[in-house]
Design a protein around this ligand. Structure first.
Ligand SMILES: C[S@@+](CC[C@H](N)C(=O)[O-])C[C@H]1O[C@@H](n2cnc3c(N)ncnc32)[C@H](O)[C@@H]1O
Length: 248
């Protein structure tokens, strides 16, 4: 049995296979998008760089391997989630519909999509296509949602406007902490177990810890695993804080 409140340096499918059925309350994950390619360029920090160096070789799969890989991840997420648990999965725009259909085939109920709206998207250097200014995340549940803590009208709208200053680590694809914290707050309760099989810099774990949830996750690359470890050490859980806000 894997220790909870820990990011394990482990392959996601190996780690998932070690988890019992119906043991997790919420999955939030941001797997590789499979958009890095040798010879393909992107803009980073105002410079043209290769996608392999911007993201990393972990983001580059053979065509059919990727579909199979994500299909297995979705199946495993379904197995380990408790009835009524939620899965949030970020995807490349090109694959979003395909993976939603995969999730529905596996038994999930489609609930919604969330979008990160980038306030300062990368400039286009080829000027041959529309600039990309949003990222998608689908939201599905295992049957009827067991938890949906509606926070407020502005916090529960399905777009999240994001500037360039949201990052707290050097991970190339770090997700906005406040957005992930919102998902944790809406789709889980204090003490619940939140899983992220692709932790990267540990944003999901940090949001879960800050919100008084337990967490568990996997990350293959030692550099990112170390980032997540350092980040988690610096985060205090609401469970650790003195209850000075008590009015009774
Ligand atoms: C898109 S990033 C996640 C970023 C994360 N959401 C954050 O906010 O930092 C995906 C991560 O999955 C890791 N990864 C790729 N393949 C993996 C695998 N098979 N098992 C575990 N981790 C993997 C990569 O090293 C990368 O850090």
């Amino acid at each position: 049995m894997l220790r909870i409140n820990k990011v394990h340096r482990m392959d996601a499918l190996v780690g998932l296979s070690k988890l019992p059925d119906a043991s997790v309350d919420l999955v939030i994950t941001d797997p590789p998008y499979n958009i890095a390619r040798p010879g393909r360029s992107t803009m980073k920090g105002g410079k043209i760089v290769s996608t392999m160096s911007a993201w990393g070789s972990w983001d580059c799969f053979q065509p059919f391997d990727y579909d199979l890989f994500i299909s297995k991840v979705i199946s495993e997420c379904y197995r380990v989630l408790k009835s009524g648990g939620a899965l949030y999965m970020f995807t490349a725009r090109e694959d979003n519909g395909f993976f939603i259909r995969k999730a529905i085939e596996r038994g999930f109920t489609y609930r919604n999509q969330l979008a990160i709206i980038k306030k300062s998207p990368q400039p286009s250097f080829s000027k041959a296509n529309w600039r990309s200014a949003f990222e998608l995340c689908f939201y599905v549940t295992k049957g009827k949602a067991k938890t949906f803590n509606f926070l407020s009208q502005p916090e529960c709208v399905n777009i999240y406007p994001c500037g360039t200053r949201h990052k707290s680590t050097k991970h190339p694809t770090e997700k906005p902490f406040e957005m992930i914290r919102r998902m944790v707050g809406v789709s889980s309760n204090p003490g619940d177990l939140v899983l992220d099989p692709f932790m990267g810099s540990g944003t999901t774990a940090a949001a879960a810890k800050a919100s008084g949830r337990s967490f568990l996750g996997f990350e293959l690359k030692s550099e990112y695993h170390q980032m997540a470890y350092s980040r988690l050490r610096a985060i205090r859980s609401v469970r650790d804080k003195p209850r000075s806000d008590s009015t009774s």
